[in-house]
Design a protein around this ligand. Sequence first.
Ligand code: HEC
Length: 147
Amino acid sequence: MRRAAPCAVRGLTALCGAGALLAAGHVGRAQDVSGGGPAQAALSAEGGQIYKDICQACHLADAKGGGGAGAVIPALAGNPRLADAGYTVGVVVKGRAGMPWFHDMLTPREIAAVVNHVRTHFNDFPGEVSEAEVVAAIAASGVASPD
Ligand code: HEC
């Protein structure tokens, strides 16, 4: 079963409708096909939507970051730190300073999707992150699982 990803995010219900509509557009195709290729494509589209719904508010649409003195948002585009997939997953799972954590807002699948999006769409780093790797990172980090 496929769920409407952005609706899982508490406090962002205004964005939920748009995300659900988009997700609904993918349902037919995602269920009609099997195998890695199309499934990966669906996951990639899901990551792009999550980025637009959540991350873009801070990191901006072009992922170049921004902010004035005292409120600097790092660029994700062309950011060599994102070459380390585990590091990227860790920041999104646990948060850091002004960066919110998402382990209790997004599912592991959604975290994998958005991490893959920022690592491949705004950069060209190899190595897709799987849902299972995010589950393992959450377990290893000791943060509470979603309620
Ligand atoms: C409320 C604003 C905000 C939102 C929303 C947000 N971020 Fe961030 N993000 C930040 C800030 C601020 C930092 C820098 C944290 C620090 O100082 O260590 C950051 C850092 C990061 C880093 C580490 C960059 C580096 O150079 O180490 C990654 C990766 C990242 N964010 C990804 C995401 C993703 C993916 C999303 C969406 C799921 C997201 N962020 C949503 C504010 C935000």
